[in-house]
Every structure is written in structure tokens, then in C-alpha cells.
Ligand binder design. Sequence first.
Ligand code: PEP
Ligand code: MG
Length: 579
Amino acid sequence: MTKLSVQKRGIAASPGIAIGKAFVLRDELPAINRVSISAEQVETELGRLCLGLDKTGEQLRKLRESTAAKMGEEQAKIFDAHLLLLQDPELIGGFEGQIKDSHQNAESAVQDTTEGFAAIFASLDDEYMRERASDIRDIGSRLIKNIAGVNTVSLAEIEEEVVVLAHDLTPSDTAQLNSYVLGFAAEIGGRTSHSAIMARSLDLPAVVGGGTILEVVAEGDLVIVDGFTGDLIINPNDETLRAYTERRDAYLQERETLRQLISAESNTQDGVHIELAANIGTPKDAVKAMENGADAIGLYRTEFLYMDRTEMPTEEEQFEAYRAVAQTMKGRPVIIRTLDIGGDKELPYLQLPHEANPFLGYRAIRLCLDQTDLFKRQLRAILRASAFGELLIMFPMISNLQELRAAKALLHEARQELSDANIAFDSELKVGMMVEIPSAAILADVFAKEVDFFSIGTNDLVQYTLAVDRMNEKIAPLYQPFHPAILRLIKSVADAAKNNGIFAGMCGEMAGDPVAMPLLVGLGLTELSMSAPSILPARKALQQINYAEAKVWAEEALTLATAEEVREFVLSKLGQLTQ
Ligand code: PEP
Ligand code: MG
């Protein structure tokens, strides 16, 4: 029977075309069917429970193995704890008791028993024991899904080529994606949500904000993700499939051709050098940055080292990661951004309170200035790694001068501690800040006297300046990096940098947009940092720009009234170039 073809339009989040079988990530538990069973059904339900336990054990053992191989023994230990729990006689006795004595079906017996145990653990004084409550719930829901026959394969366990479809992909979900994943589509999110940013850095075609996808897709359906247009096609007809296969192959071919630029200079047509840097989240990404010809790392999002684990990374672990990046980059500059947790990036083990407006809340430098032990540990690790390459340090979410000064004071203390202990670090290490809050952009001339560089974070700067949530697909058309107000803020930052002899770059997603490039260069930015796969296309675009001309365009763009006018203006100029 031919399956019904369905097309949805979301937001193009990461370029490329993925064609493959759907892997549907459903997080929620299946609705638990509570039935009272007869005495004759007890054996059947005990049998279902037993099969569920076996399957769960097998999955956990596999997960343990793959986690140990990918992330090390320490991280794999969580699954040892889960396996022990799964064999716990009291827990199993509880399941069986509910079936035999209370005549409950297997799913509801597991649900009630695990909930009962979890509630006891959650009420204990000992923090370690309290945390076990979530392990018990985790085991319970995996077991229930296995008994009910619902897909419980986690992303890390995928072993065939698939396209992942999900309501949302959290940063820790994206961290688990392996090379079998061809692309993904999510129901929610915008171009600068972290799922989209990760997709670009992993070089995976992606669509976000696709609306109700999970209602219309079934496991194993053939799907096409078009990361250029935001289209998602489920069960395409033969003609559509052929057309998309051709487009995908042509795109891959074009990318191959761009590789000729790998060691070319990042210069404009008239010889002005612009540093084309990569945004990374892990030491592995630095290898990709080099493979894509990055001149530098313009943003190392260190929070990814803190995510997808059960406890804080130690100073040593952080030092190893930062040193690995410094060494991979072989003397090229690496801007390490201190922890930016909060917003859409959570750390369960920090137990942060739920906030109504997390993007305006306890986030990034605010959290670090409050939890100074955590912050100092990271600062020491960065300083120590600075002895192994050309590192720069950057503070995120600075909204006022006191924050910058407080962060620098803690950095000073960390230096002092290392000096006292005779530990080597780069005493000339440059200190910069992200400009991603309008107050910082407006006061750039004041800040410029106290930092060595600026990096403009347009992902946040746009959301805060225009009051448009970067995650909300409903208002995505209002999220306008080309808004003249944004251009004026960029100009204010670039001018302040120039007047004070420091450099200004950009590491928000706008930096990788070839249409924005002539404006950014013309406004005076000297470094653009983007996802690694965007670097070669950016180098090609840069080589076609004339710096003197770009300055004139930027001046003119600043006089325009709307984002559409600005975009069209640049497109018309670029169109003239290619004619
Ligand atoms: C930004 O806000 O532009 C930025 C680069 O930081 P993040 O996307 O990690 O918030
Ligand atoms: Mg930001």
C-alpha cells in the first residue's frame, strides 16, 4: 500500500538535504492502560514483566558499552547503577506483588511501584539518595515502554542511517547524535535555538519549528529534510524523491569544489584580511574546524562539557579539554567563552530553579558570579591550558560594568593562585566580552577601555533588542538580524573598538550569513566566527567583496528603515557583483 505523502514547512535551520528512514523520538510515556486483571491473567502479566526486564537489561548493557567507548568509564557508571537497580529484589518483588496481590497489569504495577520507591528516595535528607529518585523513575519509564512495546531506543543507540524527528532536541540530545543520523526535524525552535546551532556545527541538514510533525509521521516512514527551505516531506512520491536526490548530490558536489579554498587567505578582493573563525562546542569540533580551514576558534561554547553528564566536570577534565583544543589549533587563536548555562541550556545536577523567563534570568555570568567556586575552577583550567596555545578568554552576557570588573577580579585571583603554586599560564592572556545585551552595545565605548576585544553575540542581541524570543517559531519572522537597530548597535561596537585600539568580531549566527557579510565587514568587524561548514562558503563570498565598496554599502544600509529594505539592498548589490 502506498503511504500518504505529507509536506510540512518549518524553519530552515542547517543547510543540506537529508533523505532517510524516520526515527521518531517520543519522550513522553505511553498512556498507561490501567486494567484490573483476573487470576488467570496473572501468569501472562508476570511473563510480560519478565520480558520487559530482560529487554531493559539488554538495552542498558549496550548503552553502558557505547557510553564507555564514547565518553569514558566514568560516564558509563550511571548505567551500572541503573542495572543494579533493575536487579534489585525489593523493586522486582514490588512489581510482582502488585501483579499477584493487587491484580494490576504489568505497566501499572511498574508505574506504581517505581513511583512509590521514588517518592521515598525523594524525601530523604541525603542529597545523593534523593538524586536516586530520578534514576528509579528513569528505569521505570524505560521498563514501561519496553513492556508496552514502544520505541525506547535512545539517540546514542541508533545503529542504522536515519533522520531524527522530535518535538524538540535538547542540547544534550544533540550531543548524543552519532554518525548514523543524516539530519533532523523538530516541531519547535528557531534558527538560533541551540538545536539549530548544533545542527550547523555537526553539519547535519535540519528543520526546526515544523509544527505538529509527530502526529503525522510513523517510525520507518521515508522522510526528506530540506535544510535550505525548511521543507519536510514525509513519504515523498517517486518524482519528488528523484528531484531531491539530485539536489542533494549536486550540493555535496559543490561542497567538494569549495575545498580548494581550504588554505586560501581569508581576504577581500582588495586584500583586507578578515579572520574567519569557527564556533565549537567540543574538542572534536576543533578538528572539524581545522578540516574546514578555520583561521581561529572565535567561540568555544564550554557549556557542552558540562552537559549530558551527572556531575560537574573537574578542573582537570576542563583543563584537558581546553588544552586539547589549543593543541589542535596549532597556535591559531582560540576564544574560550566561560560557562553560559541557563536559557535553553540546563544542567540537571545544578538544580536551578524553574524560571518564567530563563533567557532573562539566572544565566551565564550571573550564575558564575554567584557560584564563584564553580567559576574559579573553570578560570584556573582555562589559564592552565593557555600555556599550550594562543588562548583568549571571553565572558558572556555582560550587561553592566560591575559584572565585567567582578569577573576580571576573579580571573585575577585565579592567576594569583596559579602563580603561588608555580603553575604555568600565559600572563598576557587577552580578556574579552560578548556584546549580546543592548546595554553593552550602547556603552561599548565605556567597555572598550576595560577589555581586549569584543565579540558580538547576535543570537541574543537580536532577541533582547527586538524583544523576540529566539526559540519561538511563532514569531520567527520578527527575529530580524538585518533590522536597522541591530546594524546601528553593531556599528557602535565596531567604532568603539576601533577608537580604542581593540578588535571587534561576531560569533552569533549572523556572522555565517553570506548576505550579511558585506555589511559586517563594511561596518568594521575584523573577525567572523561561524559553524565550521560555513567557513569555506564564507571565504568564497569574502573574496568577492571589495572592502572599500562594502564600507559605502554599510553606510547606506544604516540609513534604511526596515530589515526588508536592508536585505534587499544588499542582495541587489551582490546581484550586481555576480552579473
Ligand atoms: C549569541 O548569543 O549570539 C551567542 C553566540 O551565544 P549563544 O548562542 O551561545 O547564546
Ligand atoms: Mg548568547
